[in-house]
Design a protein around this ligand. Structure first.
Ligand code: NI
Length: 185
């Protein structure tokens, strides 16, 4: 089932999300809904707060980008209760966007490598290292669990330049071809 996407200005996007356990109600269905919603809106990843739930779950499917980065060929994963253990390497700037901040794209600087511990959809624990695009998307989705958005990383000047666009988004004055949930409505 496709769920409406929460957008900039929604308080759920600013909360620190809570971990879940195996008994979380209808987890399988919830994850299936996250996939449906992500594919419908052409996203590469989506985090639970973006569908209105403040829990530590995000999903990523970067397989469509395998042409540019062959190691992404099988990168379709569910991350539950993820913890980034280490960020390393250089700071690298790359253009980012977000389903919750429609029609805005900005360069964001992030570390190039991460080490992460998480549970998959079967609650099997994994500890892995990522670089490149995978590290980029994971850090973006992980931010959502911490109540952060990519625009928070911008310089004061860039923030000032997009302020009116963000205000418009928070009022639902934005054109998107997927379902959104306007804050307070
Ligand atoms: Ni996002």
């Amino acid at each position: 089932m496709i769920l409406p996407v929460t957008i900039y200005g929604d308080p759920v996007l600013r909360k620190v999300a809570k971990p879940i356990d195996k008994d979380y109600p209808k987890l399988e269905e919830f994850i299936a809904n996250m996939w449906d919603t992500m594919y419908r809106s052409d996203g590469v990843g989506i985090a639970a707060p973006q569908v209105g739930r403040s829990v530590r779950v995000f999903v990523i499917d970067a397989t469509t980008l395998a042409e540019e980065e062959p190691e992404l060929a099988d990168f379709k994963k569910v991350f539950i209760n993820a913890q980034i253990l280490e960020r390393s390497g250089d700071e690298e700037s790359m253009n980012e966007g977000c389903l919750s901040v429609p029609n805005i794209r900005e360069d964001v600087s992030r570390k190039t490598h991460i080490r992460i511990k998480y549970m998959d959809e079967n609650f099997v624990e994994h500890e892995e290292e990522y670089g490149g695009f995978a590290a980029r998307v994971i850090q973006h989705e992980y931010d959502h669990l911490e109540g952060k958005l990519f625009v928070d990383h911008l310089s004061i000047l860039r923030k000032r330049l997009i302020k009116s666009k963000l205000t418009a988004i928070s009022k639902g004055k934005v054109k998107v071809d997927y379902r959104i949930k306007v804050p307070g409505k």
